[in-house]
Design a protein around this ligand. Structure first.
Ligand SMILES: Cc1cc2nc3c(=O)[nH]c(=O)nc-3n(C[C@H](O)[C@H](O)[C@H](O)COP(=O)(O)O)c2cc1C
Length: 478
């Protein structure tokens, strides 16, 4: 066997080798060994084809580094019916800027092919622990470590049992035992399997081991006529959670702060099937609750009927009417900060029907309205347990600033976030908001603090930052 001295190689090749070795975290000598082994196992090269040029050699091996510094997600696909959804998950993760590398169990390959996963991920799909191509440098350890997050979808009952007991008899379980990276598990199985005492024990053990869990959801199963909890969370939900887990931790500027947020419309019954409502989507209040929780606050969100998922790490309580909302708000006290972003109905029907009002009745039924409790004013004027900072929202269609100032004075809140909801603004139900912040301490001639048009997420983050500043200022002066 011929020997090779790196020192004697051309300078250009040495430079390319050093760069490639640095990128893959190996010594130059080990990198040469890897290149030779790859060459020997590549049929065209073994048969005498042209060797790689220095610039080709300097390219990182695709299975070592994510191009452009994108976060790397290793997606382990288990052997369940929901495996077909994992192909969509690859796309969703890529949409969020992730570099995805797939690993399939032997059972998974009965449901989807490694070829499909490779084609969608643009990278070889790994299947075999004893694959000499990837194991010449302990590939399972590299796969375990060289990623920012490991997602298992679908996580079968069998995979969870093996994880909970520390098995490592195939590539997926060996990676999971060898990893020091965060792991997100998306279980999918028949409801009987999910509810089995053994699965429950394994899930509890995995939670104790610090494994994050998403789903399973309730619904119809693939097996005809079966329904219950066991459906894999939707790819979009899993990708969103993965993106959250990949985000660098935010500074916990609201750590130790108890916060209450209201959101959405209220529904005021006319009879058991009809109600008075408004166009509020709840998006702004949900975004504030999520941003506050991200900043470390202990958040309770009380929401009217909306079509939004509970924000992560937020205690979410769903209500129907203004009176229900006030009741839950009072139960949530004491808090340090209360943000009233809900569009609470001003009136309710005094004579709401106990039965459906019939169209056949001679006259149109007269709807008598009475005023609802004013949640913002009630809490702002509490003699005891008043939150230190009470923030109201004023949705106005005209005279925005004047109306918002008079609302601040009338209700007794500390701040008012005024937003223009005039027709054509697109705020109600939309994703953007134009906000003016008016505070009690502003002198009367003070120009309102106008924020540029922002997404509701950005409004939420800005408001959370302002609240953190105010709390800091207050604790410095007290
Ligand atoms: C048609 C079919 C569908 C299956 N679906 C599931 C499932 O949804 N969830 C599950 O936990 N197991 C399911 N199984 C059983 C697993 O495939 C089996 O436990 C296998 O050993 C799992 O291997 P793995 O965990 O290594 O992927 C299914 C089996 C078959 C034949």
């Amino acid at each position: 066997m011929a020997s090779l001295t790196v020192r004697k190689l051309d300078d250009e090749i040495k430079a390319a080798l050093k760069l490639r070795a640095a990128k893959s975290g190996r010594s130059v000598e080990d990198e040469v060994r890897v290149i030779l082994r790859e060459a020997a196992e590549t049929p065209a090269l073994a048969a005498g084809a042209r060797p790689a040029s220095p610039s080709e050699m300097s390219r990182p091996a695709s299975h070592h580094r994510a191009p452009n510094g994108r976060p790397r997600v290793t997606l382990i696909i288990g052997g369940g019916i929901a495996a077909y959804k994992s192909l969509d998950l690859i796309r969703r993760l890529k949409d969020r800027g992730c570099h995805v590398r797939c690993v399939m169990t032997r059972a998974a390959q009965h449901f989807v092919t490694p070829l499909s996963a490779s084609a969608l991920a643009d990278e070889h799909c790994y299947t075999d622990l004893f694959d000499s191509r990837s194991e010449f440098d302990a590939g399972h350890i590299r796969l375990a470590r060289d990623s920012d997050l490991i997602v298992i979808a679908p996580a079968t009952a069998d995979l969870m049992a093996k994880m909970a007991h520390g098995h490592a008899d195939d590539l997926a379980t060996a990676i999971l035992l060898a990893t020091n990276r965060p792991v997100l598990l998306a279980p999918a199985m028949n409801p009987m399997m999910w509810n089995h005492a053994a699965t429950k024990r394994n899930v509890a053990q995995l939670a104790r081991d610090g494994i994050a869990l998403i789903g399973p959801n309730a619904g119809e199963m693939a097996e005809a006529g079966e329904a219950g909890t066991g459906r894999m969370a939707e790819p979009l939900e899993i990708a969103t959670r993965a993106a959250t887990m990949l985000r660098p931790p935010r500074p916990q500027i609201l750590s130790g702060t108890r916060m209450l947020v209201t959101a959405g419309p209220t529904h005021e019954p006319i009879d058991p099937v009809r109600y008075i409502a408004n166009r509020s989507s709840g998006k702004q209040g949900f975004a504030i609750a999520a941003a506050a929780a991200n900043a470390g606050a202990d958040v309770t969100l009380i929401s009217g009927p909306v079509d939004l998922d509970n924000p992560i790490n937020v205690r979410t309580i769903r209500v129907e009417s203004a009176r229900d909302m006030l009741n839950e708000v009072q139960k949530a006290l004491p808090v340090d900060v209360a943000i009233f972003a809900a569009a609470v109905a001003d009136w309710r029907v005094a004579n709401a029907g106990a039965q459906k009002i019939k169209k056949t009745q001679a006259d149109m039924p007269p709807l008598q309205l009475v005023e609802n409790p004013d949640i913002l004013a009630t809490i702002s004027k509490l003699p005891r347990n008043r939150p230190t900072l009470v923030v109201g929202f004023a949705a106005e269609t005209e005279n925005l600033i004047a109306n918002a100032r008079s609302k601040l004075a009338r209700k007794g809140s500390d701040w008012i976030v005024a937003n223009d909801v005039s027709p054509g603004s697109g705020v109600m139900g939309g994703d953007r908001n134009t906000v003016h912040l008016i505070t009690r301490d502003d002198p009367p001639d003070h120009a309102p603090d106008v924020w540029p048009v922002m997404t509701k997420d950005d409004v939420a983050a800005t408001l959370v930052a302002r609240i953190a500043q105010a709390i800091k200022k207050q604790s410095a002066s007290s």
